[in-house]
Design a binder for this molecule. Structure first.
Ligand code: HEM
Length: 145
């Protein structure tokens, strides 16, 4: 029963994490082309960001539980690579958080964006794409574990 509950929570964490990261990417892409979406971007992204962090916390807690509870053998090497990727996702997540804070500081509403702001925005875009790719890579790897 405990294993089923942990597995269930692992899937919920997966849905929140991958779903949140994918939705954030789609909305950010739309914001590039549509000023109306761009205007509300800063109101939508914090909610999605919370959903992704909650998903990650749930995945890590339930993942530790599943590891301890499964009765069948797990591929220790694949699991180790998976853990390294999870650490990377968390690290890049922190970098994304810091970049967003920096952009909020550099933002000058109504004025032309500064070179520093545009640089931070570009770096944010790269971090976001790398993180989204990592999410899908971990899912692929986990299916193989
Ligand atoms: C971004 C983080 C993670 C993602 C996206 C992820 C995703 C997945 C997926 C898609 C599966 C296969 C479906 C399932 O049986 O539930 C799985 C299984 C598993 N995950 Fe994770 N996981 C993550 C983090 C973790 C962590 C941190 C641990 C361990 C500390 C962990 C331990 C496991 C184990 C042991 C299984 C295999 C269960 C089995 O063989 O039935 N996962 N994970």
């Amino acid at each position: 029963m405990l294993l089923e509950i942990s597995n269930f929570l692992h899937f919920i964490g997966l849905a929140w994490g991958v779903g949140g990261a994918t939705a954030a990417a789609i909305i950010s892409m739309k914001a590039e082309k549509n000023p109306e979406v761009a205007a509300s971007l800063m109101k939508i992204i914090p909610a999605l960001s919370k959903m992704i962090w909650l998903g990650l916390v749930l995945l890590i807690i339930s993942g530790i539980a599943v590891t301890g509870l499964v009765k069948w053998p797990l591929d220790a090497n694949l699991l180790l690579i998976k853990h390294a990727l999870v650490v990377l996702i968390v690290a890049i997540g922190v970098l994304i958080f810091l970049k967003v804070k920096k952009m909020q500081k550099l933002a000058r509403p109504g004025e032309k964006p500064s070179a520093d702001f545009l640089k931070a925005k570009k770096q944010l875009g790269i971090f976001s794409i790398v993180n989204l790719a990592l999410w899908y890579l971990i899912v692929l790897l986990s299916v193989l574990v």
